[in-house]
Design a protein around this ligand. Structure first.
Ligand code: NDP
Ligand code: PYC
Length: 342
């Protein structure tokens, strides 16, 4: 249904889900992968995260068409140590690998106080907040990191070394949705720059450099040059930390290796992801409620001065989307419909 008030097409969340599954199945993805991948796109669109919503159908279909992703990979779960879980994704998308490892991770976090899950050999194009949110909803504190492709220059340089390397964190809250943040360590997610390029819009001149290392407002030039880290040397160090934790530490690639493995195909990043889950009861025992109440007091002090918590915008968008559906920009809808099998 077209919406006369906006240049777009309004869909219910069920319609988004059906469309996403049709495109992904039509592109050749196995049903288990298609369903897991579609859910993260529906969640992104529902929560007003345009760069990681249904736009990612174009990205996933491209990775499949270019042979970057194993469409029917069966994730293999192992336990390298008591508090560690590993899922070898076999070159498939990360979402199913996470689903397959998540329950064991939560069980181990409860048993030992802290546990970690490594996803290896996965293709990654998604936002991380659905994962930390799911763990925090189970009462666990969660931290997730993943490298991507070498697109981002270190502070002080202009040549790409890091990925856009997101860090996501989730904290459980009694009686409400978790405290969650999730952002790239680059000035902005690459998906956001891609959306600017699609819309023919300039980007701020502190998002990246052109191929000659000069600051530019041309989105396409940044995409073929280098992005910047956020917060100068601080974002740069965090980006390096993400590379180390979800690369060498878990036996997987850095963003440079991922780009090399892509071999010019233009697919999504290939490599690893690290998920750490902590059970607050481990340190706090019977005093857990008392200490989590102090966390609530801190959240209260933030909100009391008119500042908002990360994820508040997302939760508000979610509540709206559930009743009103979502509006897909017309050009994006057209491009997605071109992928629907006849
Ligand atoms: P943003 O810079 O938009 O930051 C997003 C986070 O900051 C959200 O938690 C957001 O909450 C919060 N936030 C934004 N504004 C405020 C504010 N004024 N006050 C308090 N909190 C605020 O995100 P990025 O562009 O850096 O990243 C977007 C997405 O891209 C992420 O989900 C990330 O996982 C994904 N990504 C994935 C990669 C991958 O390799 N798989 C690589 C890079 C990025 P809210 O949502 O409520 O606004
Ligand atoms: O937007 O930077 C990004 C990104 C990379 C991989 C998935 N999203």
């Amino acid at each position: 249904m077209t919406d006369a008030h906006v240049d777009g097409v309004r869909l219910t969340l069920d319609e988004v889900r059906t469309l996403a599954r049709r495109v992904l199945l039509g592109a050749g993805l196995s049903r288990a992968h298609a369903e897991a991948v579609a859910e993260t796109m529906v969640a992104g669109e529902r929560d007003g995260c345009a760069s990681h919503g249904i736009y990612r159908l174009l990205v996933a279909a491209n990775s499949i068409a270019k042979g970057v992703v194993a469409v029917d990979a069966e994730p293999v779960v192992s336990e390298p140590a008591r508090a560690l879980v590993r899922v070898d994704g076999g070159g498939g998308f990360a979402q199913l690998a996470f689903e397959r490892g998540r329950q064991r991770l939560a069980e181990k976090a409860r048993a030992y106080g802290i546990a970690a899950l490594a996803l290896n050999n996965v293709v990654h194009f998604a936002a991380l907040w659905p994962e930390v949110e799911a763990l925090a909803e189970e009462g666990l504190v969660a931290l997730v990191v993943t490298p991507s492709h070498a697109w981002v220059a270190p502070a002080g340089g202009t040549q790409p070394v890091f990925g856009t390397n997101p860090i996501a964190f989730g904290w459980p809250r009694a009686g409400g949705p978790p405290f969650v943040f999730d952002f790239a360590t680059s000035a902005v997610a690459r998906g956001e720059i891609e959306l600017h390029r699609r819309a023919g819009k300039p980007v701020p001149d502190d998002w990246g450099y052109d191929a000659d290392g000069q600051p530019t407002t041309d989105a396409a030039a940044v995409l073929s040059g280098a992005m910047r880290t956020f917060g100068g040397h601080k974002g740069s160090a965090l980006a390096a930390m993400v590379e180390l934790l979800a690369g060498p530490l878990i036996g997987d690639m850095t963003s440079r290796g991922s780009l090399e493995a892509d071999a010019g195909r233009g697919g999504s990043p290939i490599g690893g992801e690290l998920i750490i889950a902590i059970d607050p009861v481990g340190f706090l025992g019977d005093a857990v409620a008392e200490h989590l109440a102090r966390a609530e007091a801190m959240f209260g002090a933030i909100e009391a001065q008119g500042a908002r918590l990360p994820s508040q915008r997302r939760y508000a968008a979610r509540a709206r989307s559930v009743t009103e559906g979502v509006v897909i920009p017309a050009a994006l809808y057209r491009d997605i419909m071109a992928l629907v099998p006849g």
